[in-house]
Design a binder for this molecule. Structure first.
Ligand code: NAD
Ligand code: MG
Length: 385
């Protein structure tokens, strides 16, 4: 029986992963090792009971008493805190879904990679802030990283057995988010509620706002660079409001292989779950005649300065990814907390990058987790409103 764990089970991606496991037989088909969540103890408990998990972990110490009480008599262990997350990730599992939001997903992801198995990676932040370290850890642990971000799963699937040497460039698409058609002068007064609505995807609030600011796509450009080892100039972004075509691989011989499908994360998660095989998934099949037409345009970098910053981060290397991600997380938290305007996020991230670039060792790639976390802490402090 295959053993599985989900980190960030109670989130948007985690729920989709849980749904797939349940549809595929639940506890009769999988031995669930660990499920983790945040403050939604009731949902975490429900999931742990349904999959008969070995351990349920909440990220927050103050939620432990409630989790303990809810799981009493079930035989399921309860634990809390970042140490417990890492400990749970060290427990062997064949397949681990990394679906925590933010840099908090890095430590558990590294722990999972160090003990082998497959890490199905939705947590793009870990690749952005510590791509080299993650790959090194996977290599040393004989582990496999599979992409779960829809664009990266699409690239992975489009590439198939093709050699990267034949690739001219890769294109990932972006819907344009909530403010694609807003007049530029209105953006400064955009509210959190307005930014928290995505035209096509149902996702957690933070990534939805990152889609409106295009920071999500900026992160994905860096993720593409880290995952597929492609230089920045070979990674293109195309605005595609319908979110049907997720990515394309253009080869030097003029052939372009694209991946299409409805915007449903269960495809990418299920692909990573069943890889290298393909199994039926509960995904609506593509009906292009019903959709009628697909449209594409160049992204406007004045509207979305985050895209320029992503290329700057790739060019800088070293600690730039960790600083970029942390400054972005801080600016986003400050926007959600209504301390800064929507349009202040990108300038804040850029100023933090500029400031931190003057620090010693900025150009060196962080060689261990604690160095990444040091940069992360310093960048959050520098970016804070
Ligand atoms: P979400 O906010 O819905 O869920 C996040 C999960 O992480 C929850 O289980 C939450 O309890 C947990 N969590 C929150 N803070 C934590 C902390 N400090 N420590 C440990 N756990 C914590 O997020 P999401 O939208 O599901 O996104 C999860 C990840 O997947 C992100 O990295 C995101 O970029 C990526 N992703 C999401 C989608 C999507 O459709 N939602 C698509 C592609 C990639
Ligand atoms: Mg994506």
């Amino acid at each position: 029986m295959r053993s599985v764990s989900i980190f960030g089970a109670t989130g948007s991606v985690g729920e989709s992963g849980f749904d797939l496991l349940m549809r595929a037989g639940g506890p009769d088909a999988f031995r669930t090792v660990a499920l983790t969540g945040g403050r939604n103890v009731a949902r975490l408990t429900e999931m742990a009971l349904a999959l008969r998990a070995e351990i349920a972990v909440t990220a927050f110490d103050d939620a432990l008493p409630a989790l303990r009480e809810a799981l009493q008599g079930s035989g399921i262990e309860a634990a809390a805190g970042t140490g417990a997350l890492t400990e749970a990730a060290m427990r062997p599992a064949d397949w681990t879904l990394s679906a925590i939001i933010g840099a908090a997903g890095l430590a558990p992801g590294m722990a999972a990679l160090s003990r082998g198995g497959t890490l199905a990676l939705a947590n793009k932040e870990s690749l952005v802030c510590a791509g080299g370290l993650l790959r090194k850890t996977a290599m040393a642990g004989n582990a496999t990283i599979l992409p779960v971000d829809s664009e990266h799963s699409a690239i992975f699937q489009s590439l198939g057995a093709d050699n990267l040497d034949s690739v001219e460039h890769i294109t990932i698409t972006a819907s344009g988010g909530a403010f694609r058609d807003w007049p530029m002068e209105r953006l400064a007064s955009a509210t959190v509620a307005e930014a928290s609505v995505h035209p096509n995807w149902q996702m957690g609030q933070r990534i939805t706002i990152d889609s409106a600011s295009m920071f999500n796509k900026a992160m994905e450009v860096i993720e593409t660079h880290e995952f597929f080892d492609l230089p920045a100039e070979k990674i293109k972004v195309l605005i595609h409001p319908e979110s049907i075509l997720h990515a394309m691989v253009t080869h030097k011989d003029g052939g372009t292989i694209a991946h299409l499908g409805p915007p449903d994360m269960r495809h990418a998660i299920g692909y990573a779950l069943n890889w290298p095989a393909r199994q039926p998934l509960p995904i609506a099949l593509l009906d292009l005649a019903a959709i009628g037409s697909l449209s594409f345009s160049e992204p406007d970098e004045a509207r979305w300065p985050a895209l320029r910053l992503a290329r700057q981060v790739i060019a800088a290397g070293g600690a730039a990814g960790a600083v970029f991600n942390a400054a972005k997380e801080q600016a986003l938290a400050d926007f959600i907390g209504q301390r800064i305007a929507f349009t202040e996020m990108a300038p804040r991230v850029e100023a933090t990058l500029d400031r931190m670039a003057k620090q010693p060792h900025f150009g060196q790639e962080p060689h261990d987790l604690s160095t990444v976390l040091d940069w992360d802490r310093a960048a959050r402090k520098a970016a804070a409103a």
